[in-house]
Ligand binder design. Structure first.
Ligand code: ADQ
Length: 478
């Protein structure tokens, strides 16, 4: 496995990121190497440091300040992340940062190459690593290489706002399998490739583009719903959960958990809650919104702004509605242990998950899995989260429509038990069917089969070519 960051090596340490959680769970089952940045800034980048924990070997490298600024803070998070989340108003482009992004991909590829064995298959993750396979190929690596994009892939018009768009797409075509969260992300990618005229599908469903043949597919990431349900129940009596329950005094609880990121729609969410309080005064004093949002990428400027903005909004709304014994919004800026978070989900009556754009959104899935089937909470979910395709029992909203969100909150808070149970059952079935193992196994099985098919084709092509050149070679007799 290759990704920008590897998950914390110590078990139980909270890690507020979907990729880390999904990849670690998947890797623990099969065993393997996880290669990526250690999270440290170093004077000079050296060879990978290897550490073993169970059946996973972590191979990590440091980044220099310049690499970090250009590759991570710059092109990855100030160009690609906003554009891929349809916020090109927040995106900037700087040629030197792009050069840094390419340079770091090349140097990481060279470091991974030293660890590779001939029968390894390589699975690369996310937007930091779009050109990673291309760099490995340049070094002569022929192993199967797959890529999974955890975030949305934008429509071609949006992609074209990134100046080196064609180079990036050509680089992505160096993978054997390119996977997306949803059909519509996959469609955006193939639209781009087909529209530039650089690619077409062959009869066997493979995409031929930029001189390569690759498989493109949708592999929606999942969770382990039954393990989450168990953890949520087991942690229900832990102190922080008890304290929150006691402090609610029988009030209902709306729960939101996100990394602090502008793609998560936090400001709009607070404003829709404000509208709900305006429209439904009967709920004053009877419901609170708890928003947990630990800061991430705090040294990227747009992230500092969103934090200030959100704190301002929480203060303003609380100032407007709070009573001596009731605070409408509790806003907590920290990480929690994952199992504890699941127990908090179980305690709440409404999961309020309204990103403006999200590849999948694991929180929505975790919220559903954490519920007590006998008395489950309701889920209000953005139509722009990949998870909306897979959670048929959610109240699906447009996060730009504050009135619709406010109505959905009221509906969720008043939903009769039978309806909540029916919706919960409707959602648990697909969560079980498409769990995390299914995500991993379907991706890897496609990667293995494409790799086998390609190597057979290449061998056939070689043999045919050899045959032809032998036929052309003048015989000794002649
Ligand atoms: P993220 O943008 O990080 O992931 P998400 O899918 O919701 O978003 O995953 C967040 C994970 O971190 C969840 O498992 C959640 O429980 C955990 N988490 C969040 N806040 C936390 C906190 N305060 N304390 C502890 N844990 C916390 C990216 C993409 C998503 C995609 C995932 C996986 O942006 O669209 O679903 O990768 O592919």
């Amino acid at each position: 496995m290759v990704s920008n960051r590897v998950a914390p090596i110590q078990e139980g340490k909270p890690s507020a990121g979907g990729l880390a959680i999904g990849v670690l769970d998947a890797l623990k089952e099969t065993g393997g190497v996880w290669f990526g940045w250690s999270g440290e800034i170093v004077g000079e980048a050296g060879a990978p440091v290897l550490e073993k924990a169970g059946n996973v070997t972590y191979a990590t490298v440091g980044l220099t300040r310049r690499d970090y600024d250009q590759y991570y803070r710059g092109f990855s998070n100030a160009t690609l992340w906003p554009t891929f989340h349809y916020r090109n108003d927040l995106s900037r482009f700087d040629r030197e940062e792009y050069a840094g992004y390419m340079r770091v991909n090349a140097s990481l590829a060279a470091k991974l190459k030293l660890l590779l064995k001939p029968d390894d298959i390589i699975w690369v993750h996310d937007y930091h690593m779009l050109p990673f396979a291309q760099e490995l190929r340049k070094l002569g690596v022929e192993n199967p290489i797959g890529f999974f994009l955890h975030i949305p892939f934008p429509v071609p018009e949006m992609m074209r706002t990134v100046p080196p768009h064609e180079e990036l797409i050509a680089a992505m075509c160096q993978y054997d399998v390119v996977g997306f969260q949803t059909q519509s992300d996959q469609q955006s990618f193939t639209d781009y490739v087909e529209r530039t005229g650089r690619g077409h599908f062959s009869d066997d469903g493979m995409l031929q583009a930029f001189g390569r043949m690759l498989k493109v597919g949708a592999y929606p990431i999942g969770i382990y719903p039954d393990a989450i349900a168990k953890a949520a129940e087991q942690f229900s009596n832990r102190k922080p959960v008890r304290s929150l329950r006691d402090s609610m005094h029988g009030r209902k609880l709306i729960m939101s958990v996100d990394r602090l990121d502008y793609s998560k729609g936090l400001v709009e969410r607070f404003q829709a809650f404000e509208r709900f309080l305006l429209n439904a005064p009967g709920w004053h004093g009877r419901v609170s919104l708890v928003q947990i949002a630990p800061p991430t990428r705090a040294d990227v400027q747009t992230y500092q702004r969103i934090r200030q903005n959100l704190e301002g909004e929480a203060g303003r709304i609380n100032g407007r509605f709070a009573q001596l014994d009731w605070t409408p919004i509790q806003y907590l800026n920290r990480k929690y242990e994952r199992n504890l978070l699941m127990a908090l989900f179980r305690l709440s009556q409404v999961g309020y998950v309204t990103p403006l754009r999200d590849g999948m959104n694991l929180v929505a899935k975790e919220y559903v899995a954490s519920q007590d089937p006998a008395d489950p909470g309701a889920l209000v979910l953005s139509q722009f989260a990949g998870a909306a395709d897979q959670l048929p029992g959610a109240l699906v909203v447009n996060p730009f429509d504050l009135s619709q969100m406010s109505e959905a909150l009221e509906r969720a808070l008043s939903m009769p038990l039978a309806e909540r149970q029916a919706r919960h059952t409707d959602m648990m079935a697909p969560l079980r069917e498409n769990n995390l193992s299914v995500w991993r196994d379907s991706f890897l099985s496609d990667l293995r089969s494409v790799a086998t098919a390609t190597s057979v084709t290449e061998k056939t092509v070689k043999t045919v070519k050899q045959g032809a050149s032998e036929a052309r070679r003048p015989s000794a007799k002649a």
